[in-house]
Write a protein that binds this ligand. Structure first.
Ligand SMILES: *Cc1c(COP(=O)(O)O)cnc(C)c1O
Length: 414
Protein backbone atom coordinates (compact mmCIF):
# COMPACT_ATOMS: atom_id res chain seq x y z
CA UNK A 1 0.00 0.00 0.00
CA UNK A 2 1.36 3.42 -0.88
CA UNK A 3 -1.36 5.63 0.59
CA UNK A 4 -4.63 5.17 2.49
CA UNK A 5 -6.75 6.44 -0.41
CA UNK A 6 -9.44 3.90 -1.36
CA UNK A 7 -11.21 5.74 -4.19
CA UNK A 8 -12.65 9.02 -5.44
CA UNK A 9 -16.31 9.82 -4.98
CA UNK A 10 -18.60 11.98 -7.11
CA UNK A 11 -19.75 14.78 -4.81
CA UNK A 12 -23.04 15.13 -6.63
CA UNK A 13 -24.11 11.45 -6.70
CA UNK A 14 -21.70 9.37 -4.62
CA UNK A 15 -20.38 7.51 -7.69
CA UNK A 16 -17.23 5.46 -7.07
CA UNK A 17 -14.21 6.30 -9.29
CA UNK A 18 -10.73 4.85 -9.25
CA UNK A 19 -7.94 7.00 -7.79
CA UNK A 20 -5.12 5.27 -9.68
CA UNK A 21 -5.30 7.59 -12.69
CA UNK A 22 -5.84 11.25 -13.49
CA UNK A 23 -9.43 12.26 -12.73
CA UNK A 24 -11.12 15.60 -13.12
CA UNK A 25 -14.88 16.19 -12.81
CA UNK A 26 -17.74 13.70 -12.69
CA UNK A 27 -21.03 14.89 -14.23
CA UNK A 28 -19.38 18.32 -14.39
CA UNK A 29 -19.07 18.34 -10.61
CA UNK A 30 -16.11 17.81 -8.21
CA UNK A 31 -14.76 14.64 -6.61
CA UNK A 32 -14.00 13.76 -2.99
CA UNK A 33 -10.89 11.78 -2.07
CA UNK A 34 -11.88 8.90 0.24
CA UNK A 35 -9.59 7.06 2.67
CA UNK A 36 -9.60 3.85 4.64
CA UNK A 37 -9.97 5.71 7.94
CA UNK A 38 -9.97 2.49 10.00
CA UNK A 39 -6.52 1.73 8.68
CA UNK A 40 -5.40 5.35 9.16
CA UNK A 41 -6.52 5.12 12.79
CA UNK A 42 -4.35 2.04 13.31
CA UNK A 43 -1.29 3.52 11.59
CA UNK A 44 -1.37 7.03 13.03
CA UNK A 45 -1.79 8.22 16.60
CA UNK A 46 -1.67 11.67 18.15
CA UNK A 47 1.58 10.61 19.83
CA UNK A 48 3.26 9.69 16.53
CA UNK A 49 2.15 13.01 15.11
CA UNK A 50 3.72 14.94 17.97
CA UNK A 51 7.25 14.06 16.90
CA UNK A 52 6.92 15.05 13.25
CA UNK A 53 8.16 18.28 11.63
CA UNK A 54 5.65 21.16 11.79
CA UNK A 55 4.64 21.20 8.13
CA UNK A 56 1.42 20.35 6.31
CA UNK A 57 2.99 17.01 5.27
CA UNK A 58 2.96 15.73 8.88
CA UNK A 59 -0.60 14.44 8.26
CA UNK A 60 0.53 12.20 5.39
CA UNK A 61 -1.70 9.23 6.32
CA UNK A 62 -4.67 11.56 5.73
CA UNK A 63 -3.26 12.88 2.45
CA UNK A 64 -3.33 11.41 -1.07
CA UNK A 65 0.41 11.57 -1.79
CA UNK A 66 1.94 8.06 -2.15
CA UNK A 67 4.42 7.51 0.69
CA UNK A 68 7.35 6.99 -1.70
CA UNK A 69 6.63 10.31 -3.46
CA UNK A 70 8.61 13.40 -2.39
CA UNK A 71 6.18 16.35 -2.03
CA UNK A 72 6.77 19.45 -4.13
CA UNK A 73 7.42 21.79 -1.23
CA UNK A 74 8.55 25.33 -0.50
CA UNK A 75 8.52 24.68 3.26
CA UNK A 76 4.83 25.00 4.14
CA UNK A 77 5.23 25.48 7.89
CA UNK A 78 2.54 25.42 10.55
CA UNK A 79 0.87 28.85 10.62
CA UNK A 80 0.44 30.79 13.89
CA UNK A 81 -2.83 30.75 15.80
CA UNK A 82 -2.79 34.24 17.32
CA UNK A 83 -4.95 35.03 20.32
CA UNK A 84 -6.40 38.54 19.85
CA UNK A 85 -7.52 39.92 23.20
CA UNK A 86 -7.67 43.57 22.09
CA UNK A 87 -9.70 42.80 19.00
CA UNK A 88 -11.97 40.43 20.95
CA UNK A 89 -12.69 43.24 23.34
CA UNK A 90 -13.87 45.50 20.50
CA UNK A 91 -16.46 42.91 19.51
CA UNK A 92 -17.52 42.06 23.06
CA UNK A 93 -15.96 38.59 22.85
CA UNK A 94 -13.76 36.68 25.26
CA UNK A 95 -11.98 34.25 22.96
CA UNK A 96 -10.91 35.30 19.48
CA UNK A 97 -8.05 33.98 17.40
CA UNK A 98 -6.68 34.76 13.97
CA UNK A 99 -5.08 31.85 12.18
CA UNK A 100 -2.51 33.62 10.08
CA UNK A 101 -2.09 31.88 6.74
CA UNK A 102 -0.12 34.82 5.35
CA UNK A 103 3.01 33.09 6.72
CA UNK A 104 2.85 30.44 4.02
CA UNK A 105 5.10 30.50 0.92
CA UNK A 106 3.69 32.96 -1.67
CA UNK A 107 1.82 34.75 1.15
CA UNK A 108 -1.54 33.00 1.08
CA UNK A 109 -3.27 29.74 2.03
CA UNK A 110 -3.41 28.90 -1.69
CA UNK A 111 0.02 27.32 -1.21
CA UNK A 112 -1.50 24.41 0.70
CA UNK A 113 -3.81 23.44 -2.14
CA UNK A 114 -1.38 24.02 -4.96
CA UNK A 115 1.52 22.26 -3.25
CA UNK A 116 -0.79 19.23 -3.09
CA UNK A 117 -2.26 19.57 -6.61
CA UNK A 118 1.18 20.03 -8.21
CA UNK A 119 2.61 17.13 -6.19
CA UNK A 120 -0.17 14.86 -7.45
CA UNK A 121 0.19 16.20 -11.00
CA UNK A 122 3.88 15.30 -10.84
CA UNK A 123 2.97 11.85 -9.54
CA UNK A 124 0.77 11.31 -12.60
CA UNK A 125 3.52 12.51 -14.96
CA UNK A 126 1.85 15.79 -15.95
CA UNK A 127 4.30 18.31 -17.45
CA UNK A 128 2.11 21.30 -18.23
CA UNK A 129 -0.63 22.92 -16.13
CA UNK A 130 -3.01 25.85 -16.62
CA UNK A 131 -5.42 27.70 -14.40
CA UNK A 132 -7.70 30.71 -14.22
CA UNK A 133 -7.11 32.79 -11.11
CA UNK A 134 -8.47 35.72 -9.16
CA UNK A 135 -4.89 36.30 -7.96
CA UNK A 136 -3.21 34.23 -5.27
CA UNK A 137 -3.86 30.81 -6.82
CA UNK A 138 -1.93 31.94 -9.87
CA UNK A 139 1.04 33.04 -7.77
CA UNK A 140 1.09 29.77 -5.87
CA UNK A 141 0.64 27.64 -9.00
CA UNK A 142 3.46 29.49 -10.75
CA UNK A 143 5.82 29.01 -7.81
CA UNK A 144 5.07 25.30 -7.24
CA UNK A 145 5.16 24.56 -10.98
CA UNK A 146 8.60 26.17 -11.14
CA UNK A 147 9.68 24.09 -8.14
CA UNK A 148 8.47 20.94 -9.92
CA UNK A 149 10.03 21.89 -13.25
CA UNK A 150 6.60 22.12 -14.90
CA UNK A 151 5.31 24.67 -17.32
CA UNK A 152 2.42 26.80 -16.02
CA UNK A 153 -0.09 28.91 -17.97
CA UNK A 154 -1.95 31.48 -15.87
CA UNK A 155 -5.00 33.47 -17.01
CA UNK A 156 -6.14 36.36 -14.82
CA UNK A 157 -8.52 39.32 -15.06
CA UNK A 158 -6.54 42.39 -16.18
CA UNK A 159 -7.51 44.23 -12.97
CA UNK A 160 -6.06 41.53 -10.69
CA UNK A 161 -3.82 43.05 -7.94
CA UNK A 162 -0.47 43.91 -9.56
CA UNK A 163 1.57 41.88 -7.08
CA UNK A 164 -0.26 38.74 -8.22
CA UNK A 165 0.52 39.57 -11.83
CA UNK A 166 4.20 40.21 -11.07
CA UNK A 167 4.66 37.08 -8.97
CA UNK A 168 3.33 34.83 -11.77
CA UNK A 169 5.63 36.44 -14.31
CA UNK A 170 8.55 36.30 -11.88
CA UNK A 171 8.10 32.55 -11.36
CA UNK A 172 8.25 31.98 -15.11
CA UNK A 173 4.59 31.18 -15.71
CA UNK A 174 3.19 32.14 -19.09
CA UNK A 175 0.87 34.82 -17.73
CA UNK A 176 -2.05 36.37 -19.62
CA UNK A 177 -4.28 39.31 -18.69
CA UNK A 178 -7.90 38.90 -19.73
CA UNK A 179 -10.50 41.68 -20.09
CA UNK A 180 -13.11 39.67 -18.19
CA UNK A 181 -13.73 37.80 -14.93
CA UNK A 182 -12.27 34.58 -13.54
CA UNK A 183 -15.13 32.68 -15.18
CA UNK A 184 -14.00 33.99 -18.60
CA UNK A 185 -10.44 32.90 -17.77
CA UNK A 186 -11.87 29.48 -16.87
CA UNK A 187 -13.40 29.15 -20.31
CA UNK A 188 -10.01 29.86 -21.95
CA UNK A 189 -8.37 27.14 -19.85
CA UNK A 190 -11.17 24.70 -20.76
CA UNK A 191 -10.88 25.45 -24.46
CA UNK A 192 -7.09 25.25 -24.48
CA UNK A 193 -7.03 21.77 -22.95
CA UNK A 194 -7.28 19.98 -26.30
CA UNK A 195 -5.25 22.47 -28.31
CA UNK A 196 -2.29 22.95 -26.00
CA UNK A 197 -2.49 19.72 -23.99
CA UNK A 198 -2.35 21.19 -20.53
CA UNK A 199 -3.87 19.89 -17.31
CA UNK A 200 -6.66 22.06 -15.89
CA UNK A 201 -5.77 23.02 -12.30
CA UNK A 202 -8.92 25.15 -11.80
CA UNK A 203 -10.46 25.22 -8.34
CA UNK A 204 -12.17 21.86 -7.63
CA UNK A 205 -11.69 20.58 -11.21
CA UNK A 206 -9.10 18.13 -9.91
CA UNK A 207 -9.64 16.38 -6.57
CA UNK A 208 -6.42 17.17 -4.69
CA UNK A 209 -6.47 20.88 -3.98
CA UNK A 210 -9.17 20.26 -1.36
CA UNK A 211 -6.87 17.76 0.35
CA UNK A 212 -4.19 20.43 0.64
CA UNK A 213 -6.67 22.93 2.07
CA UNK A 214 -7.84 20.22 4.47
CA UNK A 215 -4.54 20.58 6.33
CA UNK A 216 -5.82 23.94 7.66
CA UNK A 217 -8.51 22.07 9.56
CA UNK A 218 -6.17 19.31 10.75
CA UNK A 219 -3.66 21.89 11.93
CA UNK A 220 -6.29 23.98 13.70
CA UNK A 221 -7.62 20.91 15.54
CA UNK A 222 -4.13 19.95 16.65
CA UNK A 223 -3.28 23.50 17.76
CA UNK A 224 -6.44 23.50 19.89
CA UNK A 225 -5.54 20.12 21.41
CA UNK A 226 -8.36 18.46 19.41
CA UNK A 227 -11.09 20.61 20.95
CA UNK A 228 -12.44 22.61 18.03
CA UNK A 229 -13.66 26.23 18.35
CA UNK A 230 -17.38 27.11 18.28
CA UNK A 231 -17.33 29.35 15.22
CA UNK A 232 -15.03 29.69 12.19
CA UNK A 233 -15.27 32.65 9.82
CA UNK A 234 -13.87 32.08 6.36
CA UNK A 235 -13.97 34.23 3.21
CA UNK A 236 -15.50 32.28 0.33
CA UNK A 237 -14.45 32.45 -3.30
CA UNK A 238 -14.32 29.08 -5.05
CA UNK A 239 -14.87 27.46 -1.68
CA UNK A 240 -11.99 24.98 -1.37
CA UNK A 241 -10.88 26.46 1.95
CA UNK A 242 -14.20 26.04 3.68
CA UNK A 243 -14.98 22.70 2.04
CA UNK A 244 -11.53 21.30 2.82
CA UNK A 245 -11.63 22.35 6.43
CA UNK A 246 -15.07 20.83 6.97
CA UNK A 247 -13.85 17.57 5.39
CA UNK A 248 -10.94 17.58 7.85
CA UNK A 249 -13.30 17.88 10.81
CA UNK A 250 -15.53 15.04 9.60
CA UNK A 251 -12.53 12.77 9.06
CA UNK A 252 -11.13 13.61 12.50
CA UNK A 253 -14.52 12.88 14.05
CA UNK A 254 -14.64 9.48 12.30
CA UNK A 255 -11.14 8.77 13.62
CA UNK A 256 -12.46 9.54 17.11
CA UNK A 257 -9.76 12.16 17.70
CA UNK A 258 -11.96 15.14 18.53
CA UNK A 259 -12.72 15.97 22.15
CA UNK A 260 -15.88 17.42 23.68
CA UNK A 261 -16.10 20.45 25.92
CA UNK A 262 -15.72 18.35 29.07
CA UNK A 263 -14.51 14.75 29.49
CA UNK A 264 -17.14 12.37 28.22
CA UNK A 265 -19.20 14.91 26.27
CA UNK A 266 -19.40 14.32 22.51
CA UNK A 267 -17.22 16.50 20.26
CA UNK A 268 -18.85 19.61 18.86
CA UNK A 269 -17.99 20.72 15.35
CA UNK A 270 -17.63 24.46 14.64
CA UNK A 271 -20.38 26.47 12.95
CA UNK A 272 -18.89 27.46 9.60
CA UNK A 273 -19.51 31.01 8.45
CA UNK A 274 -19.06 31.65 4.74
CA UNK A 275 -18.29 35.34 4.21
CA UNK A 276 -18.60 37.31 0.98
CA UNK A 277 -18.84 40.97 -0.03
CA UNK A 278 -21.96 42.73 -1.26
CA UNK A 279 -19.89 43.18 -4.47
CA UNK A 280 -19.91 39.42 -5.14
CA UNK A 281 -22.19 37.23 -3.03
CA UNK A 282 -23.48 34.13 -4.86
CA UNK A 283 -23.22 31.85 -1.81
CA UNK A 284 -24.75 34.33 0.64
CA UNK A 285 -27.60 34.84 -1.83
CA UNK A 286 -28.22 31.11 -2.29
CA UNK A 287 -28.06 30.54 1.46
CA UNK A 288 -30.69 33.23 2.08
CA UNK A 289 -32.88 31.71 -0.67
CA UNK A 290 -32.49 28.23 0.95
CA UNK A 291 -31.18 26.87 -2.32
CA UNK A 292 -28.60 24.07 -2.64
CA UNK A 293 -27.08 25.65 -5.77
CA UNK A 294 -25.98 29.23 -6.45
CA UNK A 295 -26.93 31.46 -9.37
CA UNK A 296 -24.07 33.31 -11.13
CA UNK A 297 -23.69 36.70 -9.43
CA UNK A 298 -24.07 39.62 -11.87
CA UNK A 299 -21.43 42.39 -12.20
CA UNK A 300 -19.05 40.89 -9.63
CA UNK A 301 -16.77 43.61 -8.21
CA UNK A 302 -14.77 43.71 -4.96
CA UNK A 303 -11.30 44.79 -3.77
CA UNK A 304 -11.19 41.39 -2.09
CA UNK A 305 -10.07 39.80 -5.35
CA UNK A 306 -9.81 36.29 -3.88
CA UNK A 307 -13.56 36.21 -3.34
CA UNK A 308 -14.45 37.73 -6.69
CA UNK A 309 -15.82 34.42 -7.97
CA UNK A 310 -19.31 34.89 -9.45
CA UNK A 311 -19.99 31.17 -10.06
CA UNK A 312 -18.58 28.11 -8.25
CA UNK A 313 -18.50 24.54 -9.54
CA UNK A 314 -18.59 23.43 -5.88
CA UNK A 315 -21.46 25.70 -4.80
CA UNK A 316 -23.49 22.84 -3.28
CA UNK A 317 -20.45 21.55 -1.39
CA UNK A 318 -19.98 24.95 0.26
CA UNK A 319 -23.68 25.32 1.06
CA UNK A 320 -23.96 21.73 2.36
CA UNK A 321 -21.00 22.28 4.71
CA UNK A 322 -22.41 25.57 6.01
CA UNK A 323 -25.83 24.00 6.67
CA UNK A 324 -24.53 20.73 8.14
CA UNK A 325 -22.44 22.75 10.56
CA UNK A 326 -25.44 24.93 11.58
CA UNK A 327 -23.43 27.86 10.25
CA UNK A 328 -24.46 30.76 8.10
CA UNK A 329 -23.47 32.66 4.96
CA UNK A 330 -23.54 36.42 4.66
CA UNK A 331 -22.27 39.32 2.61
CA UNK A 332 -20.79 42.44 4.18
CA UNK A 333 -20.60 46.01 2.94
CA UNK A 334 -17.93 46.30 0.24
CA UNK A 335 -17.21 49.96 0.99
CA UNK A 336 -16.03 49.14 4.54
CA UNK A 337 -13.38 46.52 3.65
CA UNK A 338 -10.42 48.93 3.87
CA UNK A 339 -11.67 50.17 7.24
CA UNK A 340 -11.66 46.62 8.68
CA UNK A 341 -8.17 45.95 7.27
CA UNK A 342 -6.84 48.97 9.10
CA UNK A 343 -8.78 48.15 12.24
CA UNK A 344 -7.12 44.74 12.63
CA UNK A 345 -3.63 45.86 11.62
CA UNK A 346 -3.75 48.86 13.98
CA UNK A 347 -5.31 46.92 16.87
CA UNK A 348 -3.27 43.72 16.68
CA UNK A 349 -0.45 44.32 14.19
CA UNK A 350 -1.77 41.57 11.93
CA UNK A 351 -1.83 42.66 8.28
CA UNK A 352 -4.99 40.97 7.06
CA UNK A 353 -5.99 40.71 3.42
CA UNK A 354 -9.23 42.35 2.16
CA UNK A 355 -10.94 38.92 2.04
CA UNK A 356 -10.36 38.47 5.77
CA UNK A 357 -11.40 42.08 6.38
CA UNK A 358 -14.83 40.99 5.10
CA UNK A 359 -14.82 38.37 7.89
CA UNK A 360 -14.36 41.16 10.44
CA UNK A 361 -17.51 42.76 9.06
CA UNK A 362 -19.29 39.44 9.56
CA UNK A 363 -17.90 39.20 13.09
CA UNK A 364 -19.25 42.66 13.85
CA UNK A 365 -22.70 41.72 12.53
CA UNK A 366 -22.90 38.28 14.17
CA UNK A 367 -21.64 39.39 17.58
CA UNK A 368 -24.04 42.34 17.64
CA UNK A 369 -27.01 40.16 16.68
CA UNK A 370 -26.13 37.58 19.33
CA UNK A 371 -25.61 34.79 16.76
CA UNK A 372 -22.10 34.56 18.25
CA UNK A 373 -22.30 34.57 22.05
CA UNK A 374 -19.67 36.45 24.08
CA UNK A 375 -18.16 33.32 25.64
CA UNK A 376 -17.82 31.37 22.40
CA UNK A 377 -14.43 30.49 20.92
CA UNK A 378 -14.11 32.14 17.53
CA UNK A 379 -11.46 31.76 14.82
CA UNK A 380 -11.04 34.05 11.83
CA UNK A 381 -8.72 32.89 9.06
CA UNK A 382 -6.32 35.43 7.61
CA UNK A 383 -6.10 33.80 4.21
CA UNK A 384 -3.42 36.05 2.76
CA UNK A 385 -0.96 38.88 3.34
CA UNK A 386 -2.20 42.48 3.14
CA UNK A 387 1.14 43.35 1.52
CA UNK A 388 0.03 41.63 -1.69
CA UNK A 389 -2.76 44.21 -2.18
CA UNK A 390 -0.94 47.48 -2.78
CA UNK A 391 -4.01 48.92 -4.53
CA UNK A 392 -6.10 48.50 -1.36
CA UNK A 393 -3.37 49.99 0.84
CA UNK A 394 -3.10 53.41 -0.88
CA UNK A 395 -3.11 56.32 1.55
CA UNK A 396 -2.41 60.05 1.77
CA UNK A 397 0.24 60.91 4.36
CA UNK A 398 1.51 64.20 5.80
CA UNK A 399 4.81 65.36 4.25
CA UNK A 400 7.71 67.08 5.94
CA UNK A 401 9.80 69.74 4.20
CA UNK A 402 13.40 69.50 5.48
CA UNK A 403 14.28 72.93 4.07
CA UNK A 404 12.27 74.62 6.87
CA UNK A 405 12.30 74.33 10.69
CA UNK A 406 10.11 71.45 11.85
CA UNK A 407 6.77 72.22 13.48
CA UNK A 408 6.74 69.83 16.42
CA UNK A 409 3.24 70.72 17.59
CA UNK A 410 1.93 69.85 14.16
CA UNK A 411 3.86 66.54 14.14
CA UNK A 412 2.59 65.56 17.56
CA UNK A 413 -1.02 66.28 16.56
CA UNK A 414 -0.87 64.79 13.03
C1 LIG B 1 -8.65 32.35 -2.92
C2 LIG B 1 -8.74 33.21 -1.75
C3 LIG B 1 -9.87 33.18 -0.92
C4 LIG B 1 -11.07 32.33 -1.21
O1 LIG B 1 -10.78 31.00 -0.95
P1 LIG B 1 -11.58 29.80 -1.60
O2 LIG B 1 -11.05 28.61 -0.95
O3 LIG B 1 -11.32 29.86 -3.06
O4 LIG B 1 -13.02 30.02 -1.30
C5 LIG B 1 -9.85 33.96 0.23
N1 LIG B 1 -8.82 34.75 0.53
C6 LIG B 1 -7.72 34.81 -0.25
C7 LIG B 1 -6.60 35.72 0.15
C8 LIG B 1 -7.63 34.05 -1.41
O5 LIG B 1 -6.54 34.11 -2.16
Amino acid sequence: MTSFVTHLEGAIDGANLTADRVQTLHKDRPLWVRYDLDAVGKALTKEILRDRPLTMWRYRELLPVPFEQEPVSLGEGQTPLLHCARLANRYGLEHLWIKDESHLPTGSFKSRGLAMAITMAQHFGIRRVALPTAGNAGGAAAAYAARAGMQAYVFMPEDTPVVNIYECHLAGAKTFLVNGLITDCGRIVREGKQRLDWFDLSTLKEPYRIEGKKTMGLELAEQFDWKLPDVILYPTGGGTGLIGMWKAFLELRTLGWLLGESTGSPPKLPRMVSVQSTGCAPIATAFAAESRFAEPFPNAATVASGIRVPAEVGDFMILDAVRQSHGTALAVEESRIREWMRQVASTEGIAICPETAACMGALEQLSQSGWIRPDERVVVFNTGAAQKYVEALQCELPRLDIRHPLDWDWISEA
